[in-house]
Structure formats: C-alpha cells, structure tokens
Design a protein around this ligand. Structure first.
Ligand code: CA
Length: 219
C-alpha cells in the first residue's frame, strides 16, 4: 500500500510520513493540490489537507473525483460541521481534524482498506452455469475446471451474453459492445466468432439463436 500525503506544512507532513513509515506504510508527500491530480494513479489512498497554497482542498477533491475513485481521507484543521459535510459530499471517504491521533488515523486507513478489498472481491464476479464458469474479471472460461482458451472477441461476446442470462441480446447490441460499431462487415465477423465460440463451449448448447434478432444465453 502506498499513500499520497497532500500537505503544505513541512512539519505536519514530515511527522505523518515518519509515523506511516514506522507502521510500514510507504508514503509520498506533495505540497500542492495540483500534484495529486496528476499523480493519483500511484497511490492506494490519499490524505488530503484542505488549506493548500495553489487551490482549496475541496476543489482538489472535486477535480480528483472526475478521474479517480482512490480513497481519500481529509486531514485538516477546519473542524466546523460545514467543512466536514462539504468534504464528505464531494467524495471524501473519511475526515479527521488535526492534530489527529496517529492510532486513530491508522485505524481509519485500515477500515478503508478493508472496504476497498471487499468491493474488489464482490466485483470479481464469476458466473457459474453447471460445470461452466466464466470469470469476468480474470477473463477466463473454465469447463469442469479446465481452462478453455478464447480469443479476445470470443470472450467479449461470451461476457456480453452471460451478463444477461436468459435475456435476448440483439446483434446490434453485441456489435456495438464488442466491436464498437455495427457495420455490415462486423455482422459477418460476429457470425464467425459466434460459430467459433459455440464450438468451444461444446454440448449442450448454451447459446440460443433468436431469428431476426440476436442471441440468448441459456447456460
Ligand atoms: Ca495546510
């Protein structure tokens, strides 16, 4: 885990980085709000001060939320209720007033980390149909525990169908979703990939053709 500390005060920033390091958490310090807007992909969590030299922390948060869901804890001297509510409404995950006790900050970091892990696990959805399993996150198909190699397009077709089990999905929708357009040449391509996918899925048939419309996953 790597934490981005956005804090313009050298003393506060230094104490934070030291305390995090003492708990084996790597952290980088930035003194300007603009820095985190470009560097956010480097971090798993952000500690954000509100009083910053180049822009207000709430403004930083608002801009950050346009491009990233990285967890943010606001750490600020502002303790009025209005600031707290504004921070949370603009996408902060938590809020601590300075000077914060390090034990409390660490407990909140840990809580956010647990939440993020749980969220990741629940989206790493595996769709199970009898002995057939489609791992949408890992992009893998297994039949009776044996991986079945699929091309990228074949997997995307499969994913689009199993994501709507029992529901008719139109050719148009599949072409839009997998190829990004619905030209006639793509229509031929869809037929070819559908045939290949069905061959790899084997028996019993898992995909039903709905004449004049599209396909349905019958798993
Ligand atoms: Ca400050």
């Amino acid at each position: 885990m790597r934490i981005g500390v956005v804090e313009d005060d050298d003393g506060v920033a230094g104490a934070l980085i030291d305390a995090l390091a003492a708990n084996r958490i790597a952290a980088d310090r930035m003194s300007r709000g603009g820095d985190i807007l470009t560097r956010h992909p480097e971090f798993d969590l952000v500690l954000l001060d509100l009083g910053l030299p180049d822009m207000d922390g709430i403004e930083v948060l608002r801009n950050l939320r346009q491009v990233s869901a990285v967890p943010v804890i606001i750490l600020t001297a502002r303790d009025d209720e209005r600031s707290v509510v504004r921070g949370l409404r603009n996408g902060a995950d938590d809020y601590l007033v300075k000077p914060a006790r390090m034990t409390e900050l660490l407990a909140r970091i840990e809580a956010i980390r647990r939440r993020a892990t749980r969220a990741r696990e629940s989206t790493s959805a595996v769709r199970q149909f009898g002995d057939l399993a489609v791992d949408l996150a890992g992009r893998e198909l297994t039949v009776a525990g044996t991986p079945v190699p699929l091309t990228t397009k074949e997997f995307e077709l499969l994913a689009a169908l199993v994501d709507n089990p029992g529901t008719a999905v139109s050719r148009q929708q599949l072409m839009d979703q997998v190829w990004g357009d619905a030209f006639v040449s793509v229509s031929r391509s869809l037929d070819v990939h559908m045939t290949a996918l069905r061959a790899k899925l084997g028996r019993p048939a898992r995909i039903e053709t709905i004449r004049g419309f599209g396909y349905r996953w019958i798993g």
